[in-house]
Design a protein around this ligand. Structure first.
Ligand SMILES: *[C@@H]1O[C@H](CO)[C@@H](O)[C@H](O)[C@H]1NC(C)=O
Ligand SMILES: *[C@@H]1O[C@H](CO)[C@@H](O)[C@H](O)[C@H]1NC(C)=O
Ligand SMILES: *[C@@H]1O[C@H](CO)[C@@H](O)[C@H](O)[C@H]1NC(C)=O
Length: 392
């Protein structure tokens, strides 16, 4: 773990030098710098200067800015009761980053000092040991300050998933200090984990806004967004670390956001798709197969739902809207709708009639409900509701 932290710190320092010291050996000056209304600074760096290419295994890559996944792109189903927000709403001011560049959020010295307080990543049970089906063994693992309320795939080491998706309601649960509260789509194989979703995380971002994040973990290194070399961005619209402009209000408008991760059948990379226009997803970038020890072909477990954290001695924050899913109402309870799973051939697995396992690590504070057929038509299909007040 000490090793872990040191490696992360090393990456942070390298990145810090790249961003703050343009005369550094590796870092080149950004092509454009944009300050947002939220006070964040984004550097538009040339595609070839982006953080991912500092990874030792990507030294001789032949990735290029016009890269597209070699797979089919799914059309989005229009939402009925909610407004599905798109990348346009997150477009950076001042015309955004030019084509061929990649927006990289600048983390200041103050940010990096605060990052020393980031917790170790959440524990993950490893789906390959002999005690795989021993749920007691799993429960004995310390939660280390994390609590989840999630729906997941059935435990089976033979699972082969080539992707997953969800359309998640965006909320702004209160989190202060070292607390955080998030909703994520998580794909797992052994020690390899990739995640996308939204989070309120003052330790990471320095404020209590709800921001779009990705997370990477290969068992040795782990990081958020582009803070370590793990994700190749191909779109100048890439929004990592940006606040969502539109937050749902249980008494007013509801906004949600579509997240999709798909494995490229030919190249072995894991692509992230986000919604660009109301009927179109764009590939924002990918976790290259080279950055994992063994994640080249499929995931064995997928999770959807909420996670919160607080350090020892600090009260747990609310999750989702702060309401438990005791009634079936996607208007007052945080949801992930249209959750979907792909098999290792890239085909949709029909989960419209199957209840999936639910897990709440602290059912007094948070809970989760699974509705294989929500009953509001094809915009909802398989929907989960999750959340709770925490230790308010
Ligand atoms: C674990 O459980 C699954 C599903 O019930 C079963 O298919 C699998 O064989 C079990 N694995 C072990 C190692 O017992
Ligand atoms: C977020 O922080 C601001 C400024 O500190 C505060 O006014 C606001 O109430 C906070 N919002 C939430 C949801 O905690
Ligand atoms: C939702 O379910 C219906 C009926 O089972 C199916 O025809 C439709 O394709 C599903 N929609 C999505 C987006 O999965």
């Amino acid at each position: 773990m000490v090793m872990n932290r040191r490696i992360i710190e090393h990456f942070l320092i390298v990145l810090f030098l790249c961003l703050m010291n343009y005369d550094g050996v590796r870092g080149k000056p950004p092509i454009k710098t944009i300050k947002t209304e939220y006070g964040d600074i984004f550097d538009c760096v040339d595609f070839y200067d982006q953080p991912a290419f500092h990874h030792p295994k990507l030294k001789s890559h032949n990735y290029h800015p016009q890269m597209k996944p070699s797979l089919f792109m799914m059309k989005v189903v229009d939402p009925s009761k909610s407004i599905t927000d798109t990348l346009e709403s997150m477009k950076l001011p001042d015309g955004g980053c030019p084509v061929g560049t990649v927006p990289v959020r600048r983390f200041t010295k103050k940010d990096l000092t605060r990052h020393k307080l980031l917790p170790e990543p959440e524990d993950n049970f490893v789906a390959n040991g002999n005690n795989f089906n021993d749920s007691k063994a799993r429960r004995k693992k310390p939660l280390k300050g994390y609590n989840t309320a999630i729906v997941s795939t059935v435990d089976n080491p033979n699972n082969k998933f080539g992707g997953a998706s969800m359309i998640a309601a965006i909320y702004n649960p209160r989190s202060t200090g070292q607390q955080h509260s998030a909703c994520r789509l998580k794909l797992i194989k052994g020690k390899n984990i990739i995640q996308v979703g939204w989070r309120v995380d003052p330790t990471l971002y320095g404020d209590n806004r709800t921001r779009l994040f990705i997370h990477f973990n290969d068992g040795t290194n782990s990081c958020f967004d582009l803070l370590c070399p793990s994700f190749v961005v191909v779109s100048e619209l890439s929004p990592f670390g940006q606040p969502f402009r539109h937050i749902s209000d249980i008494h007013g408008e509801h906004f949600d956001w579509a997240f999709q991760i798909k494995w490229d059948q030919q190249k072995g990379n894991w692509w992230l798709f986000l919604q660009h226009m109301t009927d179109q997803y764009i590939p924002v970038g990918f976790w290259p197969k080279e950055v994992f020890d063994d994640f080249g072909n499929y995931a064995t477990r997928v999770e959807w739902g909420g996670v919160v954290y607080s350090p020892a001695g600090v009260l747990l924050p609310p999750m989702g809207t702060g309401n438990y899913p005791i009634i079936k109402s996607a208007l007052s309870i945080a949801y992930c709708r249209n959750i979907a799973l792909l098999d290792d051939k890239g085909q949709y697995i029909d989960i419209s009639n199957s209840n999936l396992p639910t897990t709440s690590t602290n059912s007094l504070l948070y809970s989760v409900a699974d509705y294989p057929n929500y009953g509001l038509g094809s915009d909802y299909n398989h929907t989960i509701l999750y959340g709770g007040p925490g230790e308010l």
